[in-house]
Design a protein around this ligand. Structure first.
Ligand SMILES: O=c1ccn([C@H]2C[C@H](O)[C@@H](COP(=O)(O)OP(=O)(O)OP(=O)(O)O)O2)c(=O)[nH]1
Length: 151
């Protein structure tokens, strides 16, 4: 298992609010909690930036992390991410923030310490781009956006 350094930026993390952790041995994501002082009402259509109270430093450029919505909150309450997916660079050392978007039609109150998103670590390949005038012809060529039909 890969080890990633993290910092606790709020004393409630690890005491009042549980540390980020995998819920089961098969979990792909660690739940991220809203590090709030008081409940925050997010009106329908509004977006707000929520602190998590933690910072990570991935360090290794062949890794990154993505912040993804929680399925239940997104499906049942319309609480998703304002940036759709949050990408955490391997050289980022600041606090993790969650852009929370209420895409639903009713206001939703986020409680301090509530699990509102999840953090997934992913492999990354950095490439060198090589400019050419022509590509070797592939079967698909320039066909895209439904070129191969629906079925
Ligand atoms: O949901 C997110 C997305 C990003 N970040 C942090 C980590 C990431 O490494 C940094 C920059 O993110 P990104 O590159 O997507 O933002 P940008 O708008 O392109 O800004 P920048 O100019 O800082 O790169 O912000 C978060 O805390 N939460």
């Amino acid at each position: 298992m890969t080890t990633i350094e993290y910092k606790i930026l709020d004393p409630r993390i690890g005491t009042e609010f549980p540390l980020p952790a995998y819920a089961t041995t098969g979990s792909a994501g660690m739940d991220l909690r809203a590090c709030l002082d008081v409940p925050l009402e997010l009106n329908a259509g509004d977006t707000t930036l929520i602190p998590t109270g933690i910072a990570i430093h991935i360090g290794d450029p062949s890794l990154a992390a993505v912040i993804l919505p929680r399925s239940g909150l997104g499906h049942k309450h319309g609480i998703v991410l304002g940036n759709l997916v949050g990408l955490i660079d391997s050289d980022y050392q600041g606090q993790l923030f969650i852009s929370c978007w209420n895409r639903g039609s009713a206001s939703f109150t986020i409680q301090p310490g509530e699990r509102i998103a999840q953090l997934v670590f992913v492999p990354v390949v950095q490439v060198a781009l090589q400019q050419v005038d022509d590509f070797d012809q592939s079967h698909r060529g320039k066909g895209g956006f439904g070129h191969s039909g629906r079925h």
